[in-house]
Design a protein around this ligand. Sequence first.
Ligand SMILES: C[S@@+](CC[C@H](N)C(=O)[O-])C[C@H]1O[C@@H](n2cnc3c(N)ncnc32)[C@H](O)[C@@H]1O
Length: 285
Amino acid sequence: MELSRQAQLGLSTVIHQLCGLVLGPDKAYLLRHRLAPVVESEGLTSFDELLVRLQCRGGSRLHDAIIEAITTKETSFFRDRGFFGFLRKSVLPEFFETLRRKSGLRRRIRVWSSGCSTGQEPYSIAILIRDLIESGDADGAKENQFTILATDLSTEALESARTGKYSSADVERGLSEFDLARYFRRAGKHWTVNESLRRLVQFRRFDLLTSPAALGAFDLILCRNVLIYFDEATRRRVCGGLFGAMQSGGWLALGAAESLFGVDHQLENVRLGQVLCYRKPHRGG
Ligand SMILES: C[S@@+](CC[C@H](N)C(=O)[O-])C[C@H]1O[C@@H](n2cnc3c(N)ncnc32)[C@H](O)[C@@H]1O
C-alpha cells in the first residue's frame, strides 16, 4: 500500500500527539508496516483515507488501535542483567535498611515500572524482592512493605501483563529453570506467574505524556527503553514528570542505551560497572 507524503506527515503528527512517538520520513516503512492492518480492519483502502477518518468527528475512536499498532513492546524478564545486579547489590539493600530503621512508621517502599509493556519488568522486580526476602538477605523486610506499580499506555500490553501468561519463548528469555519452577505454573505451552507473585504488582494504564502527580512519590522509578522513542522536547517533558515523582533520595533507572543527555536535571549519577542510575539528592543534602 502506497504512503503519500501528505498521509505520512499527517499520520506522524497524530501519532506524536497520541503517544509522543517520533516517526520522521526515515521511518515511513515502519508507519506503513504497522498501520496497514489498521487501514484494512477499518475497511479502508489507503492511508489517506485513514488520515481523513482520524480527522473527522469521532476519529478518536481509532486512537487506541493506532497506539496498539505503533508502540514497540519489546521486553524480556531480567532485561539487562547488569541492571538487576545493581538493584540487588546497591539499591535493594538500602531499601531494606530504610525499612528496618523506620520499622515503627509503617514506611513502604514504592516502585514504579513506567512503560512496563507485557509485565516482564515488574515481575522481575517482584521475583528479585521475594528471592532476597526468602533467602534471609533482606534485613527482616517483608513483602507487604513493598508496592510495585506497573503502568503502560497500551491496553493490550496491560491486559496480557495482568494475566501473567507467557509463552515458552518469553520465559526462555531471562528466566532460569529455578525461577520457572518456583514462580510459574505450566499449562500446556504456556507459563503463568503464580498468583501470590502476581498480587505483588498492580497494573494500571498511564500515559507518560501526562502528569504523574496523582500517583504519589516513588523510591524507585524504572523508565527503561521508553524515552528512546521520543523526541527531545517530549523526553524533557516526560522526565520533568518523573523527577517530580521521585522521593528525596529516590532512584531513577533508564534503559542501557538511554541517558538524561540533553535534559536539565539535578540528579546524581550513580555508576556501578557499566550500569548508570540516577538519584535525587536527599532533602537538605
Ligand atoms: C520497548 S517497551 C519497554 C518495556 C520495558 N520497560 C523494558 O525495558 O523491557 C516500551 C513501552 O513503552 C510504552 N509507551 C510508549 N509510549 C508511552 C507513553 N506515552 N506512556 C506510557 N507508556 C508508553 C509502550 O506501550 C511499550 O510497552
